[in-house]
Design a protein around this ligand. Structure first.
Ligand code: SF4
Length: 343
C-alpha cells in the first residue's frame, strides 16, 4: 500500500502514526479517543485524509450499486424508535406479507438490468424462524444468485444453523446494523439487547457469510456514541465488508419523527471516519440520501462512500430513495461508474 501520509505532519506524532497505519494496514485496536479525534478534526483535513485512504484501497471512481427490496413489510413486533415498520407505531407504511418468489425474482432481474451488482432482501422480522417463510427466503436466495447478483439478506436475528442454510443457498452477505452505541442502545430499542446484535453478526461470520453492519445517526446520540458504534465495528476481528451509514429518515408516527434533520457535515464526518478506520470496507451512503442534493452526495463520495442503494422510487423501499434515473445522471455528472460484483 502507498505510504502517502508517512511524511505528512498533521497534528503531531500521534496523528502521523494513525495516518501511517490507516493507509497501510487494517487495525482492530482503535480507542474512543483516537476515533473522536479523527471525527472532530478540521473538516477539510478530515475529508482529504479519508479521500486519500479511499484512493489507496479502492478504485475511487467506482460505486457499488445495491438494490434493496422489502420482501416482507411492516407489522414488526420490535420497538426500534426510528422504524416505521414497527407494528406499535401508527405510520403510513402498508403491511405486506412475504412476497412471492416470482415477484422477488422479477425485481431482481430488473435491478440487474438497471446496473445493480448486489440485491438485498429485507424482511421486517424480529428473528428468523424455521418455518415455511424461511424456506421461501431460501428459494429466493437461490433464484437471485442464479440471476448473477450478489445476494444479501436482512431478516433480523438468526442462529448459526440458519446462517449456514442461507450460505448454502448462495447468500453472500448478511446485513445486521448495530444502529447505535452499546451505551445508547436501550434509549432506542427496548425489545432486544446490543449483545444480541453482536451474537447474530458472529453467527453470520461463523457460517462464512460476509457482514454488512453499520448504523444510524440523528437518533439523539452524542458524537461519543457515534464513535463508540464505529469502534465496535472497527475493532471486530474482521471488519464488516460493508458499513452502511444512515441518516435518520424521520418517519411520521415514530417516536423520532420530530428529531432535527441530520446536518450534512455530520454525515460527511461519519463517512470519512468510517473510511479511515475501516479502509478496506465498502462504506455505504444509505438512508437519508433523498434529502440530499447531488452536491451534498458528492461530498459523501469524496469522504470515502463507495456504495449506495438505488431503486425505483417508493416502490422497492419502505423509505423513499432517489430514482434510478436521478442516480444515473448523478453518477455521470460526478464521473463515477457502477462497480462489478465483488465475488
Ligand atoms: S427489527 Fe427491523 S423492521 Fe422491526 S422495528 Fe426494528 S428496524 Fe424495524
Amino acid at each position: 500500500m502507498k505510504d502517502i501520509f508517512a511524511c505528512k505532519i498533521i497534528n503531531g506524532n500521534a496523528m502521523k502514526e494513525i495516518n501511517e497505519i490507516s493507509t497501510k494496514e487494517l487495525r482492530h485496536n482503535w480507542t474512543k479517543e483516537e476515533l473522536l479525534e479523527i471525527y472532530e478534526r478540521p473538516l477539510l483535513e478530515l475529508v482529504y485524509e479519508a479521500a486519500t485512504v479511499h484512493h489507496t484501497w479502492h478504485k475511487a471512481n467506482e460505486v457499488q450499486l445495491s438494490t434493496l427490496l422489502s420482501v416482507k413489510t411492516g407489522g414488526c413486533p420490535e420497538d426500534c424508535s426510528y422504524c416505521g415498520q414497527a407494528a406499535r407505531y401508527h405510520t403510513d407504511i402498508q403491511v405486506q406479507s412475504l412476497l412471492s418468489t416470482a415477484t422477488v425474482l422479477a425485481h431482481a432481474r430488473q435491478a440487474k438490468d438497471n446496473g445493480a451488482s448486489r440485491f438485498c432482501m429485507a424482511a421486517a422480522w424480529r428473528e428468523v424462524r424455521d418455518n415455511r417463510d424461511f424456506d421461501r427466503i431460501i428459494e429466493m436466495v437461490k433464484g437471485v444468485n442464479e440471476i448473477g447478483l450478489e445476494v444479501c439478506c436482512t431478516l433480523g436475528m438468526l442462529t448459526e444453523q440458519q446462517a449456514i442454510r442461507l450460505k448454502e443457498a448462495g447468500l453472500h452477505a448478511y446485513n445486521h446494523n448495530l444502529d447505535t452505541s452499546e451505551e445508547y442502545y436501550e434509549e432506542i430499542i427496548s425489545t432486544r439487547k446490543f449483545d444480541q446484535r453482536i451474537g447474530t453478526i458472529n453467527h453470520a461470520r461463523q457460517a462464512g457469510l460476509t457482514v454488512c453492519s453499520g448504523g444510524i445517526i440523528g437518533l439523539g446520540e452524542t458524537h461519543a456514541d457515534r464513535m463508540a458504534m464505529l469502534r465496535t465495528l472497527a475493532n471486530m476481528e474482521q471488519h464488516p465488508e460493508s458499513v452502511p451509514i444512515n441518516a435518520l429518515a424521520r418517519v411520521k408516527g415514530t417516536p423520532l419523527e420530530n428529531n432535527p434533520k441530520v446536518a450534512l457535515w455530520d454525515m460527511v464526518r461519519m463517512i470519512a471516519t468510517a473510511r479511515i478506520v475501516m479502509p478496506a470496507s465498502m462504506v455505504r451512503l444509505s438512508a437519508g440520501r433523498l434529502e440530499m442534493t447531488e452536491t451534498e452526495q458528492a461530498w459523501c463520495f469524496m469522504a470515502g462512500a463507495n456504495s449506495i442503494f438505488t431503486g425505483e422510487r417508493e416502490t422497492l423501499l419502505v423509505t423513499p430513495n432517489p430514482s434510478i434515473v436521478d442516480d444515473r445522471i448523478m453518477l455521470e455528472n460526478l464521473g463515477l461508474k457502477p462497480m462489478k460484483r465483488t465475488n
